[in-house]
Design a protein around this ligand. Sequence first.
Ligand SMILES: [Zn+2]
Length: 335
Amino acid sequence: MKKVMLYFFAFVFICFLLPAMLTNTKRFNKKEKVEENIQNQEVSQEKEYNYKKYGTVKLLHSKTGEVEEVKLDDYIVNVVSAEMPVDFEQEALKAQSLVARTYTVYKTLNKKHENADICDDSTCCQAWISKDDRFAKWEESKREENWKKILNCVNATKGKIITYGNQPINAFFHSNSGGMTETPVNVWGGGNYPYLKAVETAGEEGYTQYASEVSFTHEELLNKIKTKYGDIVINFENTEDIKILEHTESGRVKTVKFGNHNISGVEARTLLGLKSTNFEITKENNKIKFSVKGYGHGVGMSQTGADVLAKQGKNYKQIIKHFYTGVEIKDINKI
Ligand SMILES: [Zn+2]
């Protein structure tokens, strides 16, 4: 009987207990490995981020036509220092870093230039300035400190981009929204993007980029419009001959009448060199005065608006989510 019991226990040990013990040992090893990986990841993230296929950017220098291949985040540091004043809040500079990186990845995937991913012309792609040129414009005693501030803000968002539907967004940005941003259809026509809606930001009036004025004599105004509309005729005695006909939802000029032509606010901005399409027209001492609010096309993130929000205590993620509706901030290698 004792023998039978012994065989029985030996059987139970071999069939059930031994495999369970081995499995537990394996599990333990696996857990240990995961923890080790997490630790390694944290260390490597502190050192350098592996951008894989986005590791370098082919940058076209628009003045020389030269194409230079630079590391993504090295490029982003030069972009941020060209696009945003360094005395802006750190969270605003971090938001700008994220926007610049996302815009770059979007341009890399949707190429505008044949042999390059992006160019250094702010009117075409996004501004870029060399470190030497940037330093020359900063007070000598502040140069290293300023550069370090931008470098830290770029590093703080390392590896991250803004996504919608798991895709990088077309991260438009501008200087000052004049209080409310604009939808792309009112600027460029075509389709809208679900994440680029008109949003309000109070407090942008505190910046020099907010308000501007331009006055033209009758002749100056006619000459500017004539560059596009050769047959322009305006009766300056008739108050109805220069008139804003329609506004967009964000309060910008959609259509404006100049004599025998009704033109879009965007066209008027280009022809007259106004800082934005958010303007009012008044007559003053035989001149036509344009009082303008905001600076830029008004789509996406307002840079001064980002600084306002940062001053209110918002972090860069909250700033991004304010200007881009329904977006997420993701690790570039996880999309
Ligand atoms: Zn370009």
